[in-house]
Design a binder for this molecule. Sequence first.
Ligand SMILES: Nc1nc2c(ncn2[C@@H]2O[C@H](COP(=O)(O)OP(=O)(O)OP(=O)(O)O)[C@@H](O)[C@H]2O)c(=O)[nH]1
Ligand SMILES: [Mg+2]
Length: 286
Amino acid sequence: MKNIQWFPGHMTRAMRDMEAKRDLCDGVICVLDARAPIATVNKNLRSIFGEKPVLYVLNKADLADSAKLDGFIKLFEGQGRYVVKCNSTNVSSKRVLLQKLGEITQEKRARAQAKGVNRTFRFMVAGIPNTGKSTLVNLISGQKRAKTGDKAGVTRDVRWLKCGAFDLLDTPGTMPPAFDNQYHARHLAYIGSINDEILDMDDIALELLGELATLYPEYLTERYGITDFSEKLGMYEALCKRRGFILRGGEYDYERGAKALIDDFRKGRIGKICMENPSDYTDYTL
Ligand SMILES: Nc1nc2c(ncn2[C@@H]2O[C@H](COP(=O)(O)OP(=O)(O)OP(=O)(O)O)[C@@H](O)[C@H]2O)c(=O)[nH]1
Ligand SMILES: [Mg+2]
């Protein structure tokens, strides 16, 4: 399959702007996707975060396999990280986020209060495209102030937003300049963190079917009636057949098949999924 690479120019600028604003921040909120917690870590952001405390938010938890997700939370907490799972589209997650941010800023707040100062705290909200950064900013602010959208690269510029006791810096999604791991790059493609226009959707659909056949075969049976998992192309054709995606000449309409599969996956219609297994990452440090 074709190698995936995507690093548009606005990301270089965004990273420069983020670095320039870092020292103003009390901490960072790094938004990961709970369906691919490892693939959505951009290790290049570490140097931008510097020594600031980082809250890792496993967002879109409503779409994720909770057993695996809890495994990742345990793993990261075991490494002394601040981690929280979140559904940024649901107001009930706001309390959990505020509680964590309060924990992280507790000492600074106590020091300020001892001096009679009631200050706000600043956090940079960073991560890969489409993980829900702007949605999370809106959740905390209680208003739809930042633009959001279900495709990669909606936010183009860094922007401060007042969110109650916090000032949050919404930032554009950023990628590493090159993917050294195509397996993880594909996970980013499945969840919509890479611009669909540069992807070969046929390839992506085939690979996604292959991975789902290993991880969640029962979901493929349930949704598409697939029972033979031996061949990716066979599964692709079974899906097209089941959905009636057949062209006039009797050929399979792969394009519609790919679109339906990827759309179902992204909207959580296939099931609650996590493409990565915490047990494979016991040696991984966040
Ligand atoms: N189901 C679900 N959808 C979410 C959640 N958070 C965000 N979304 C959706 O994910 C899509 C992307 O959200 P954005 O907030 O625009 O993502 P972003 O990280 O700011 O994206 P860029 O600005 O492109 O980097 C939108 O369609 C949101 O409604 C969540 O926790 N659960
Ligand atoms: Mg955004």
